[in-house]
Write a protein that binds this ligand. Structure first.
Ligand SMILES: NC(=O)c1ccc[n+]([C@@H]2O[C@H](COP(=O)([O-])OP(=O)(O)OC[C@H]3O[C@@H](n4cnc5c(N)ncnc54)[C@H](O)[C@@H]3O)[C@@H](O)[C@H]2O)c1
Length: 325
C-alpha cells in the first residue's frame, strides 16, 4: 500500500519531537517540516524539505496529511483551510479554546463527512490500554467511582503560549485526564462542578494552576479529580494516579503498574512497560483509519466530548455552580 505522505507544521516545544516520531513511522513518510521560524527549522536535523510558508510546502509536497502542532488558537482556522484543500489533518489537543468554535468545527467535519484526528496520546500508553482491557474483563465488577490525582511541578513557561492560557491546568493537562476518564470507563459526564485555585508561591501567581472536579457520569459512576501544576515536587507522572472502584475490587493505576485490590485484601499486580512515545501508536492508528476510510479513535467526533467536559468545568469554576452537560 502507498505510504501516507505527511508534513509536520509547528516545530516548537512539542512539534520538534513530533517530527522525529513522524519520521520513524513505517506506514507513513515525513516529506517536510514547516515553521515560520528559521530558528525552529534549524533545530530539526532530519533529511526532509523545510519551509517557513505552509502554502508553498503544500503546493510543492502535496501531502496527504498535515500533523498540526501550532498553538491552540490557530488549530481550527489552519485545519479548516487545509481540509478545504482536500488535506487530512491530525491536530494536537486541545482543538481550540472556545466551546462554540469547537462545536461549529465538529459539526462542519460531520457535514463534510471528513475526519479530523485529535492527537490525544495519553490513552495510548500501554498501562492505560492494559487497564482498560482488565476493566472490560470485569475485574472490578460494576464501576462505581473513579478518582484521579495529578500533582506536577511545572517549570516557568510564562514566555510561551502556555503562559497566557486562562485555565492553564484545565486547558493544557486536565483535558488529557478527562479523556482518560471517558476512555477507561466508557461512560460520559452528565454534570460537572469545578473549583480552581491560584498558586501565588510560583510563577502562576493568581492564575488557576490547581483544580478539583466532581462529575456524575452515565452508568451511575462518580468521578473525582484533584490536580495541580504548581506543586513544588512532582508526585505523579503526567498521566496522574488513578483508582477505579467497583463493587468487587479496586484497580489502581500508578506509573506503569496496575494493582487490583480485592475485597479480601489480596492484590494482583500487572506491569505494562512503556513502549516508546505514545504518539507512535496514535499516528499508526490514525493512518490505518485513513487507509480504511474510517475515523480514528480520537477523531474530533469523539474528542469533542472530552473538550466540552473540560470547557464546561472551566465555566463551572467561573460561575461557582454545578453545570449539566
Ligand atoms: N499531547 C501532549 O502531550 C502535548 C504536549 C505538549 C504540547 N501539546 C500541544 O502541542 C501544541 C503546540 O505546543 P508547543 O508547546 O509545541 O507550542 P510552541 O509555542 O512551543 O510552538 C509553536 C510553534 O508554532 C510556530 N508557529 C506559530 N504560528 C505559526 C504559523 N502561523 N505558521 C507556522 N509556524 C507557526 C512557532 O514558531 C513555534 O515554533 C499545543 O496545542 C499543545 O497543547 C501537546
Amino acid at each position: 500500500m502507498k505510504k501516507t505522505r505527511y508534513l509536520v507544521l509547528g516545530l516548537g516545544n512539542y512539534g520538534r519531537s513530533w517530527a522525529y516520531v513522524a519520521a520513524k513511522n513505517p506506514e507513513g513518510e515525513l516529506v517536510a517540516v514547516v515553521d515560520r521560524s528559521e530558528e525552529a527549522l534549524a533545530l530539526v536535523d532530519l533529511p526532509v524539505a523545510k519551509y517557513t510558508d505552509l502554502d508553498t510546502a503544500v503546493a510543492e509536497q502535496k501531502p496527504d496529511v498535515v500533523i498540526l502542532v501550532l498553538p491552540p488558537h490557530l488549530h481550527i482556522p489552519v485545519a479548516r483551510g487545509l481540509m478545504e484543500k482536500g488535506i487530512t489533518v491530525l491536530c494536537e489537543k486541545p482543538i481550540c479554546s472556545d466551546l462554540k468554535e469547537a462545536a461549529d468545527f465538529t459539526a462542519w467535519c460531520a457535514e463534510q463527512g471528513r475526519p479530523c484526528g485529535i492527537a490525544e496520546n495519553y490513552r495510548y500508553r500501554p498501562v492505560m490500554r492494559g487497564a482498560k482491557q482488565l476493566l472490560l474483563d470485569g475485574v472490578v465488577g460494576k464501576i462505581r467511582r473513579v478518582n484521579c490525582r495529578f500533582t506536577h511541578y511545572h517549570p516557568d513557561y510564562s514566555m510561551f503560549y502556555h503562559g497566557s492560557l486562562k485555565h492553564p491546568l484545565l486547558n493544557d493537562v486536565t483535558v488529557h485526564h478527562l479523556d482518560l476518564a471517558r476512555y477507561l470507563t466508557g461512560a460520559e459526564p452528565l454534570t460537572v462542578t469545578c473549583t480552581e485555585h491560584g498558586a501565588p508561591h510560583c510563577w502562576y501567581q493568581q492564575r488557576p494552576a490547581s483544580a478539583e472536579i466532581a462529575s456524575e457520569m452515565t452508568e451511575d459512576i462518580f468521578f473525582a479529580y484533584n490536580g495541580t501544576l504548581a506543586s513544588p515536587v512532582s508526585t505523579t507522572d503526567w498521566y496522574g494516579d488513578w483508582e477505579i472502584m467497583g463493587d468487587k475490587a479496586v484497580l489502581r493505576i500508578c506509573g506503569t503498574t496496575v494493582t487490583l485490590y480485592t475485597a479480601e485484601n489480596e492484590k494482583q499486580v500487572w506491569e505494562f512497560p512503556d513502549g516508546g512515545d505514545t504518539r507512535a501508536p496514535l499516528l499508526s492508528g490514525f493512518i490505518r483509519a485513513l487507509q480504511e476510510n474510517t475515523f480514528c479513535e480520537s477523531d474530533i467526533r469523539d474528542n469533542y466530548k472530552t473538550f466540552r467536559w473540560m470547557q464546561t468545568a472551566a465555566q463551572s469554576a467561573e460561575c461557582g455552580e454545578e453545570i449539566k452537560l
